[in-house]
Design a protein around this ligand. Structure first.
Ligand code: KG4
Length: 339
């Protein structure tokens, strides 16, 4: 019997709804919130209000594009956390209302695990390119940088994570001090393409195990700008591309070094990438080079599934539905990282 799941994502500044039937994506609607650009970062209060405005039209559109009637839904999966509490409350409260009215169960989904599960979304029933268990997933976003060992859809272990800033934060904060727009990651990526990655050397952390740190790099980047700006006020403008290329290369080197170590120690060659930073062209290239050099079998998500989206929530919900892992109506969202 086929299973149809509605997924709802509202953890940060994207309101998204998606419908999945038996692993196959029928629709995925995302309303992004441009309002935050003016502030150089997500303003939580504004994000919750925008979710409140967007949620009904976004869900209605997802159901319409899927070509189904809402009575065909078997369950509703929603992001319970981590994320901004006000944003999560909109998605979870809406889910409760709709689940009660349709008399279907609710399924809670961890946002970080959903990013990993994005690799199992099928856009057509024949699609087969999915990682085999166990695999390692490098999850890199604006809020997290983790290496996760995935032994099954419901067995994920964080083996390494950032002890301070996330990789996306490093991109965004360094872009901000250069006066580039927000979010800085994609802008740095574009400019890096024309720059020399060896033009500047920034410090790299020395941390044991598989953990990451990006705060030292941020400071080193700031000091480089400060020192050069003393002699040349136009230093940033003249060296933008080289600064971006050198910064991007350093971030990628830091990420790949620990991932390589984990893959070698655990003898795992199935390696996946997830999260917003996985859109980075340099990181994608580094993955391909590692695949060739170390015989890795790599999995890089489609651009549409790298940033926050409800398709990844729906597929996570689909796997939980098989095990009848439903959540009670009084479940409340959580803001902090739990995996
Ligand atoms: O997963 P995500 O959409 O959401 C949050 O964690 O909030 O990740 C957003 C992050 C931002 O830091 C953004 O700058 C970064 O992903 N990002 C990129 C690129 N595209 C998005 N970083 C580097 N290169 C990119 N092309």
């Amino acid at each position: 019997m086929s299973v149809t799941i509605l997924g709802i994502e509202s953890s940060c500044d994207d309101t998204s709804a998606a419908v999945i039937r038996d692993e196959v994506l029928l629709s995925n609607v995302i309303a992004s919130q441009a309002i935050h650009e003016a502030y150089g970062g997500v303003v939580p209060e504004l994000a919750s209000r925008a979710h409140q405005q967007n949620i009904i039209p976004v869900v209605a559109e997802a159901i319409k594009r899927a070509g189904i009637h809402k009575n065909e839904l078997d369950a509703i999966a929603f992001t319970r956390g981590p994320g901004l509490l006000g944003s999560l409350l909109v998605g979870s409260s809406f889910t409760k209302g709709l689940a009660l009215s349709l008399d279907v169960p609710m399924i809670e989904v961890n946002h970080l695990q959903a990013h990993v599960m994005a690799h199992f979304i099928k856009e057509n029933p024949e699609e087969k390119n999915q990682p085999a268990f166990p695999f390692l997933c490098l999850l890199v976003s604006g809020g997290n940088s983790q290496i996760i060992k995935v032994s099954a859809p419901d067995r994920m272990e964080v083996i390494g994570q950032t002890i301070d800033d996330a990789a996306g934060e490093a991109f965004d904060k360094c872009a901000k001090v250069m006066g580039l727009g927000y979010p800085g990651g994609p802008i740095v990526d574009k400019l890096a393409d024309q720059g020399n990655p060896k033009a500047f050397v920034f410090s790299k952390p020395h941390i044991a195990g598989y953990d990451y740190s990006f705060s030292g790099l941020k400071t080193s980047f700031l000091y480089t700008l400060r020192d050069h700006l003393k002699d040349d006020p136009d230093f940033i403008e003249k060296n933008k591309a080289d600064l971006c290329a050198s910064l991007q290369t350093t971030i990628i080197d830091i990420l790949m070094e620990k991932l390589r170590k984990a893959a070698k120690d655990m003898q795992i060659k199935e390696i996946a990438l997830a999260g917003g930073v996985s859109a980075n062209s340099g990181l994608r290239k580094a993955f391909s080079e590692h695949a060739e050099r170390y015989g890795w079998n790599i999995f890089i998500p489609k651009f549409a599934f790298t940033t926050d989206n409800a398709a990844m929530v729906a597929i996570s919900g689909y796997y939980k539905y098989q095990k009848k892992e439903f959540c009670p109506i009084d479940a409340i969202p959580f803001s902090r990282v739990v995996i």
